[in-house]
Structure formats: C-alpha cells, structure tokens
Design a protein. Structure first.
Length: 332
C-alpha cells in the first residue's frame, strides 16, 4: 500500500449487547494545526447498558486520525477499520473495504463518516446504509463529515454543518458549535418524549503530539432516560469552563501581530498591510483541504496577484521571526 499519511475519523454508534446505537455526529480535521476531533450524541442510556465511558464511540490516533462507527456497531468492524487506517488506505478506500468485508455481511445497517489527510490534502468520505433507521443521511465538506440516523429530520444535520462552519475559534470550539446546531428536542427521535436531543454527548480533540488514548481535550456528559436533562446544554456549560472560544477567534488587525488583508473577499489581487512597514514577513496561503497554494515574502502594502487561485475559502498565514498569525480569506 502506498505511503500516505492519514487522519481518519469515523463517527460511530451501533449495537452493543444487541442495543442499537443511533446518533448524530461529526468528525473534522484542522488543516492548519493538524488536530483531529470528533463530537457526537445519542439517545442511549449508558448507565442502563453498563457502558463505562461516554466517548466510547471514538478512537483518536494522534498524527494519524480517529475511528468511530455508527448504526448497529460491531467492534470487529471498528477493528478492521483501524487496521486499514494503519495500512494507509484513503477514506474512500476504507469505506469500500468495510462495505465489501462487513463481519456480518450486512453493510446496509452501517454508517460511516471519514476525514483523512492524504499527502498534502484532506479528503472526506461517508457511507449511510439503506437499512439504517430514518431519518438518515450524511454530509461531507472539505475537512469534515457529518452523519446521523433515527433523526427528527434533515434539519439536524444541516444545523450541525451550520454550527461547525459559523463558529469561531479552534477545532474544539467548532465541534461544540456543531453539537449546538443539533440541540433541539427529538434530534435523536427516540428522545422526543424525554424533551431532549439525546441522553449523552461528547467532544474530543487530539493534537498531533498527543498519545493514543490521551487526547488533549475531552469532555462528555451522560444523563439517564428519566432525567429530562439536555446533555448538549450541560456539555456547553462544562465546555465554557474549560475553553474560551472568543479569545481564540481570529481578527484582521491585532497589536500583537498587526496586519490586514484587503479586500476580503478578493478577486484577482489582494493587498497586505502591517503596522511595521519595514519588516519582512512570510506569507502562505493554505486551502481548506490543507494544501499550500501560494507562498512568498512580503513587506507592508504589498499587492499579490491571486488570479491563478481557484474560488473558495482559504487561510492566510503570516509569520516573522517571533510570531505567527492566521486568518480566513475568501477568493471570489
């Protein structure tokens, strides 16, 4: 198998001891930091089913990826997915292998979502078996995969995508925003009578330098089937005690690393301005898939021809000898 670097995230729920695990979930990768993370929730009473951890749905492999599985979960399928990741398969190749080699020969009951780094790019893939419980679907973007089944409707997954894309901050903040996008009664349809979206929720992120089983960031909340407590709301409270997403948000002009990018969005040319007019900076433009599309040195008030760059969302990273700053930039 060719030598590639994979960061793979499957969001999974399934059956354990015959109990169907259906959920809404997201996996994503940060193209700048290389972080991988997952977040999910489900209307399963973990205490009643003697499940010791709230985040059992996911395995994070720092520097490589993470594995989860969803809808009628079988540990052997997850182990097979793990092996394929370690062998260097791409996201689409892993899904194809799992479909063709399901341990019960019933891939129609499974659901997978994957994001993986292949070479310099991030790739995503998803699979929703036709026999998973309605409402079911999946959404893939440039660096994320969202999936769910036994849902209230398409608004659950659409809300998660909007929450992920519109939340400022690092990957953990964006994953928490995705969960908030599904914070509606009956998101997992079985929890409708409970008056909640789900019974448990988790979010976790691994840095490339983390060790397996010890992600840098892990928070979770579990509730019981009669508690009538919204786990995503409780998770947000816990999250806010541990993370300040506002302080992580990116702005266009900052005294610690002052520069502006204009216009933004841009067409054929973009200008860069820094308070220190004489200093030389290094500019790198990175696609949302993690590919470097432009790099050069510049000083303040430099104009750059970006006509050769395709339309889309990018990250502009500017560094000097002592600091680094990254901001979002849109090419029209």
């Amino acid at each position: 198998m060719r030598n590639i670097t994979l960061s793979i995230l499957f969001i999974i729920t399934g059956i354990i001891n015959g109990i169907s695990q259906d959920t809404f979930s997201i996996v994503a990768m940060d193209p700048i930091t290389g972080e991988v993370g997952s977040a999910g929730a489900s209307c399963v009473d973990l205490d009643a089913n003697n499940l010791p951890t709230d985040d059992f749905l996911g395995e994070l492999f720092p520097g490589l990826g993470a594995i989860n599985s969803q809808a009628y979960y079988i540990p052997a399928n997850q182990a097979n997915a793990r092996a394929r990741m370690n062998e260097g398969y791409t996201p689409n190749e892993i899904i194809e292998w799992l479909i063709n080699n399901d341990v019960q020969n019933q891939p129609q009951f499974r659901q997978y979502g994957i994001v993986g780094k292949v070479g310099e790019n991030i790739e995503t893939a998803a699979y929703t078996g036709v026999a998973t419980d309605d409402y079911k679907n999946d959404i893939t973007g440039p660096n994320y995969s969202i999936q769910g089944n036994i849902l209230l409707g398409e608004e659950v997954l659409n809300g998660m995508e909007a929450g992920f894309l519109n939340t400022e901050g690092d990957l953990a903040c964006k994953l928490m925003g995705a969960l908030q996008g599904a914070n509606i009664v009956g998101a997992d349809f079985r929890c409708t009578n409970n008056g909640t979206s789900s019974l448990f929720a988790f979010v976790k992120v691994a840095q490339p330098s983390d060790t397996f089983g010890n992600p840098s960031f892990l928070l979770s909340v579990r509730t019981g089937s009669t508690d009538q407590i919204e786990p995503i709301t409780e998770l947000q409270i816990l999250f806010d005690e541990n993370r300040d997403c506002e302080s992580l948000s990116l702005i266009d002009f900052d005294n610690d690393f002052p520069f502006s990018v204009y216009p933004n969005p841009s067409n054929d040319f973009v200008s860069l301005r820094a308070l220190n007019d004489s200093e030389t900076y290094k500019l790198t433009i990175i696609s949302i898939t993690g590919a470097v599309v432009y790099t050069s040195d510049f000083i303040s008030n430099t104009g750059i021809d970006v006509s050769g760059i395709s339309k889309g969302i990018y990250f502009i990273n500017i560094t000097n000898k002592i600091a680094s700053y990254t901001s979002k930039w849109i090419k029209n």
